[in-house]
Design a protein around this ligand. Structure first.
Ligand code: ATP
Ligand code: MG
Length: 160
């Protein structure tokens, strides 16, 4: 399905912003222009829901969650970055967090709840969209989840 990502992204973020607690701040850096991608909206909503709920869940002390969308014209890609100021992920676990059932530090994670499937499913879905997903993090400073999607050259046919 052909989707204008800017509007779609704002819509998903709005839903979380409406329900968030006051100690979490949201900050958006999303260009004004249209960005068309070919995505399954339901699946992409699941991907974003998981990344955003992780950002909130693993920031127990609050902080700012930053949402960025960057057009990479040369590579015809859209880069999405979601950053938090939470507990972070130790360097040696950075790839493992995308594995099924993997959770950093069982004790700390058990308290926060979850199965360890969210990011594994997100990776599957992003790869099915011909994109890539990875993480950057500093323990104690925060985490950034990044993913790419192929950009459509221009809008074709009907808007959605
Ligand atoms: P589920 O998403 O299935 O409810 P989960 O959140 O534990 O459970 P994932 O979303 O796959 O599972 O994340 C895997 C692990 O990666 C988490 O348990 C957590 O340890 C770590 N992690 C993920 N996102 C963050 C983040 N933003 N900050 C710190 N750690 C994170
Ligand atoms: Mg999760």
């Amino acid at each position: 399905e052909q989707v204008e990502f800017r509007r779609f992204f704002h819509h998903v973020i709005d839903r979380f912003e409406f329900n968030k607690e006051d100690h979490i701040q949201f900050q958006r850096s999303i260009p004004e222009d249209d960005m068309f991608v070919h995505i399954d909206k339901d699946k992409m909503t699941q991907v974003l829901d998981n990344i955003i709920s992780n950002a909130i869940k693993y920031s127990p002390e609050g902080g700012t969650i930053t949402f960025q969308a960057i057009r990479q014209e040369k590579q015809q890609k859209l880069l999405i970055k979601i950053s938090d100021q939470g507990m972070g992920v130790p360097k040696e676990n950075m790839e493992k967090i995308f594995e099924r059932f993997y959770r950093v530090d069982k004790a700390r994670s058990r308290k926060l709840g979850g199965t360890g499937l969210g990011l594994a499913i997100s990776r599957e879905m992003i790869e099915a969209h011909e994109g890539n997903i990875w993480a950057e993090s500093k323990e104690g400073t925060g985490t950034t989840i990044l993913f790419t999607l192929p950009l459509m050259k221009e809008k074709r046919g009907d808007d959605s």
